[in-house]
Design a protein around this ligand. Structure first.
Ligand code: 6PG
Length: 246
């Protein structure tokens, strides 16, 4: 099922995303003894990570049962300014008490094929079954309709078997590492966080399923057996029919 939730601004969006994260984590740790989440890179989720790291949320999060993964990573070392791991270390990991073995970093300093194979093995060791069934995958949306590191016209869009792959972003001329569409779609919950006026156009086209869109990666994302939740703010939702008043 797909839900669309609109919030008055990016802080309210981040607060709601944090509540969703905390609720799902509590349920998963209670019901199955662990919670697996794939984190998104980019700027949008930074506020969410800061909210999750706030002192008042620490007694609500049983980090010993929470396993952090990365939905994608740039092909750079972990201390590089573009590294998603570095951003999440600075906004979240350095501020919480999470067991080191629960932080599953992509070793993006390796040659890209080895890095992807190595991370796919990490996923296969953690998840049993044909696909990795994350309890939650956080995604963002680029103005070109990319999500994770699945970019328009990139070879990775066609991958049907693998869980985690290297994927060259043609327009950015950059190598990335990413979950594949089928791995993402195996999740129990997918939350797409979209904030800011710059995303209003692409978001309206995607949610209206406009036929102007061709080869738009986010349109390949829909959980096969799970929930998809769009968390928007008034700015990103400004071209949709409805707005959040409060
Ligand atoms: C990344 C993300 C990417 C991001 C979008 C939106 O590594 O950057 O995986 O898919 O979510 O580009 O980025 P912003 O949140 O910065 O707009």
């Amino acid at each position: 099922m797909t839900q669309i939730q609109i919030f008055r601004d990016s802080q309210a969006l981040a607060n709601a995303a944090a509540e969703l994260f905390i609720k799902l984590a509590e349920q998963s740790v209670r019901d199955q003894g662990r919670f697996s989440v794939a984190l998104s890179g980019g700027n949008t989720p930074s506020t969410l990570y800061q909210v999750l790291a706030n002192p008042e949320n620490q007694e609500r999060l049983n980090w010993a049962g929470i396993h952090l993964f990365w939905g994608d990573e740039r092909h750079v070392p972990p201390d590089h300014k573009e590294s998603n791991y570095r951003k999440i270390r600075e906004t979240l990991l350095d501020r919480i008490a999470i067991p080191e073995e629960n932080v599953h970093r992509v070793k993006a300093e390796m040659e890209e094929r080895l890095a992807a194979l190595s991370y796919e093995q990490v996923l296969r060791d953690f998840f049993v079954g044909q696909w990795p069934r994350f309890d939650l995958i956080l995604l963002g949306l680029g103005e070109d309709g990319h999500t994770a590191s699945l970019f328009p016209h990139s070879a990775g869009l066609k991958e049907e078997e693998r869980w985690f792959i290297p994927n060259y972003a043609p327009k950015r001329e950059k190598m990335r590492l990413t979950l594949t569409k089928n791995a993402i779609n195996a999740a129990k919950n997918i939350a797409v966080l979209v904030s800011g006026a710059s995303k209003a156009g692409i978001l309206a086209e995607v949610l209206r399923e406009s036929d102007n869109l061709v080869d738009t990666p986010i349109q390949l994302i829909l959980p096969r057996d799970g929930e998809m939740i769009w968390l928007l703010d008034n700015q990103s939702a400004s071209q949709l029919a409805y707005q959040q008043s409060s």
